[in-house]
Write a protein of this length. Structure first.
Length: 124
């Protein structure tokens, strides 16, 4: 039964990513503006727990305390961290700083931080 649930979760993630891929990509700064407008609470964002497609630039690659890859991302300005992205996809972690990319991620829980948490990212 556990395997069945895992398969369903994977299929749901892939189908939401496919739906988001049909939409034009927004900029990461516009997505971050929605987070700011929501008072730095992702729960209040219309995009919360939804797949979003956006363009960004890798600011930095690091590792979380749980030993998973984290990608800090910005817009073309390259100065401000707008989001931290996580993914099971090794393509994201392999991108060097300064690389522009388009990805589809789920807006994850974030509250009171200066960055947006984006999960389940798939790089195009």
């Amino acid at each position: 039964m556990r395997f069945h649930g895992t398969v369903l979760l994977c299929l749901a993630t892939l189908s939401s990513a496919a739906v988001a891929a049909d939409k034009p990509a927004t900029s990461l700064s516009k997505l971050y503006q929605s987070y700011e407008d929501a008072g730095h609470s992702a729960l209040s964002m219309p995009e919360y727990d939804q797949a979003v497609r956006f363009t960004a630039v890798v600011l930095e690659q690091s590792t979380s305390m749980a030993d998973t890859a984290l990608t800090s991302a910005t817009d073309g300005d390259g100065e401000v961290e707008y989001a931290r992205l996580s993914s099971e996809d090794g393509k994201l972690a392999a991108l060097p700083p300064g690389t522009a990319f388009t990805a589809t991620c789920t807006v994850g829980f974030t509250s009171g931080t200066e960055y947006l948490n984006l999960t389940d990212c798939v790089v195009e």
